[in-house]
Design a protein around this ligand. Structure first.
Ligand code: NAD
Ligand code: DAU
Length: 356
C-alpha cells in the first residue's frame, strides 16, 4: 500500500474535489497535508470547504488560487510542499457549456493536464514512490445502445467537446506512463450526485427548480440513461486507487444504477414534494420537454468489476437513500444556494436556453 505525505489536489473547490477533501479529513486516517490548487471558476466555491479551512487551514490544509496552466506557480508549490501525490480533479466539467464554448475545455482539460504532467515529470524525475492520479469520466467511451457496458478496454469514442477533452487528457496521462515511466493511475467514473454540486447539473438543477416552482427542462424524449453514483462512493474509489491501484492502470467506477432521466426527475418530484409537504402531482406539472442537447449520448453504463475485484471497493449507499440525503442537504443549506445564485450561472442558462 502506498502512503503519501503531501497531496496536491487540483480543483479541490469544485463539487467532487471538495467532497474528496472532506472525505479525507473526516472519513479516513490520512495524516498528511492537503494542498488545494484551484483557480475558482464559476464552479469553484470556497464555501465548499469553510469548515476544513477553519479547522486545518495553514496547518494541514493549504489553498492556492491558481490556474493549472500556470507552470511556474505550480512547479513552485510542487517543490515547496514536497508533493508526492497529485490528484487531478480540475476541469471544465459541464457538457452543455462545452457545446456553447469549447475553448476553455481545451485549455484547462488538455493543456492544463499536459502542464501538470510536465511539472510532475520534471520535479519527480525517475522517482517511483510518487503518483499522478487522473480523475476522468465514463463519457470518453461514447454512447451505448440498450444493452452492454463500458469496460476499461472499451475503445474511446467521445462525442462532445467535453468528453473529447477528457479523452485527450487520459491519453496524455497514459502516454507519460509508457514514455517517461511516470507513475500514474486513471479512474473513469459515471455521473456523481451529492452535496456541493453546482446547480447546472441535472439533479441539483431539478431540486432547486422544484423549490422555486420553475420549469424542469427535460432534453429530447427524456429517455436518455445515466448511471448514478453517490459522490462519497466516488471518493472512496479514488482513495483506494491512489493507495493500492496498479500504476499504468485504469479503473472504472460506477453506481450500477441506471435511470432514465424522465423517471429520475419524476422520482425527484415525489421526494422533494414529500420533504416540503407539496402535492407531488402539482410538482410534476413543472416537467417541460425542451430541445435536445446536440450529440446527446443515449446511455452510459459502467462495468466496475475490476475495482471491485482488485481493490475490494464497493458502493456504500443505495440510490434512494443517497438522493434523500442530497435533497435534505440542499434544503438545509440555503445560504450556500443563495451564494451560488448570486453568481452568474443563471445568466448563462437564461442566455443560452431561451425556451426555458
Ligand atoms: P466542477 O466543475 O464542480 O469543479 C471543477 C473545479 O475545477 C472547480 O473548482 C474549478 O474552479 C476548478 N478549475 C476549473 N478550471 C481550472 C483551472 N484551469 N485551474 C484550476 N482550477 C480549475 O467539476 P466536478 O463535477 O467536481 O468534476 C471534477 C472532475 O471529475 C472533473 O475532472 C470531471 O471531468 C470529473 N468527473 C466528474 C463527474 C461528475 O459527475 N460530476 C463524473 C466523472 C468524472
Ligand atoms: O458521466 C459522467 C459525466 O456526468 C461527467 O463526466 C460530467 O462532468 C457530468 O457533468 C455528467 O455529465 P452529463 O451530461 O451526463 O450530466 P448532466 O447532469 O448535465 O445531464 C444528465 C442527463 O440529464 C443528460 O442526459 C442530460 C440530461 N439533462 C440535463 C440537464 C442539465 C436534462 O434532460 N435537462 C437538464 O436541464
Amino acid at each position: 500500500m502506498r502512503i503519501f505525505k503531501n497531496l496536491l489536489i487540483t480543483g479541490g473547490s469544485g463539487f467532487i474535489g471538495a467532497n474528496f477533501i472532506h472525505y479525507l479529513f473526516e472519513k479516513t486516517d490520512f495524516s498528511g497535508n492537503i494542498i488545494n490548487v484551484d483557480c475558482l471558476t464559476y464552479a469553484g466555491n470556497p464555501n465548499n470547504l469553510t469548515e476544513i479551512a477553519e479547522k486545518h487551514g495553514n496547518t494541514r490544509y493549504f489553498f492556492f488560487k491558481e490556474n493549472v496552466q500556470n507552470y511556474e506557480a505550480i512547479e513552485k508549490i510542487f517543490t515547496q510542499f514536497e508533493i508526492d501525490c497529485l490528484i487531478h480533479f480540475a476541469a471544465e466539467s459541464h457538457v452543455d457549456r462545452s457545446i456553447f464554448g469549447p475553448k476553455d475545455f481545451i485549455e484547462t482539460n488538455i493543456v492544463g493536464t499536459f502542464n501538470l504532467l510536465e511539472i510532475a515529470r520534471k520535479v519527480w524525475g525517475s522517482r517511483e514512490d510518487v503518483l499522478f492520479h487522473h480523475i476522468s469520466t465514463d463519457e470518453v467511451y461514447g454512447s451505448l445502445g440498450e444493452t452492454g457496458f463500458f469496460y476499461e478496454n472499451t475503445a474511446y469514442d467521445p462525442r462532445s467537446p467535453y468528453s473529447s477533452s477528457k479523452a485527450a487528457s487520459d491519453h496524455l496521462v497514459s502516454a507519460y506512463f509508457h514514455t517517461y515511466k511516470l507513475p500514474v493511475t486513471i479512474s473513469n467514473c459515471s455521473n456523481n450526485y451529492g452535496a456541493y454540486q453546482f446547480p447546472e447539473k441535472l439533479i441539483p438543477l431539478m431540486i432547486l427548480n422544484i423549490l422555486e416552482g420553475k420549469p424542469l427542462p427535460i432534453y429530447g424524449d427524456g429517455k436518455y440513461i445515466r448511471d448514478w453514483l453517490f459522490v462519497d462512493d466516488h471518493c472512496s474509489a479514488i482513495w483506494e486507487t491512489v493507495k493500492r491501484g496498479k500504476t499504468g492502470e485504469t479503473y472504472n467506477v460506477g453506481g450500477e444504477n441506471e435511470w432514465e432521466n424522465i423517471k429520475l426527475v419524476n422520482y425527484l418530484c415525489e421526494r422533494v414534494a414529500f420533504f416540503t409537504e407539496k402535492d407531488p402531482n402539482e410538482v410534476k406539472k413543472l416537467i417541460t420537454y425542451v430541445k435536445d442537447r446536440p450529440g446527446h449520448d443515449r446511455r452510459y453504463a459502467i462495468n466496475c468489476d475490476k475495482i471491485k475485484n482488485e481493490l475490494n471497493w464497493r458502493q456504500s449507499l443505495d440510490f434512494e437513500t443517497g438522493l434523500d440525503e442530497t435533497i435534505k442537504w440542499y434544503l438545509n443549506n440555503k445560504e450556500w444556494i443563495e451564494n451560488v445564485r448570486s453568481g452568474d450561472y443563471l445568466k448563462w442558462i437564461d442566455k443560452n436556453y431561451t425556451e426555458r
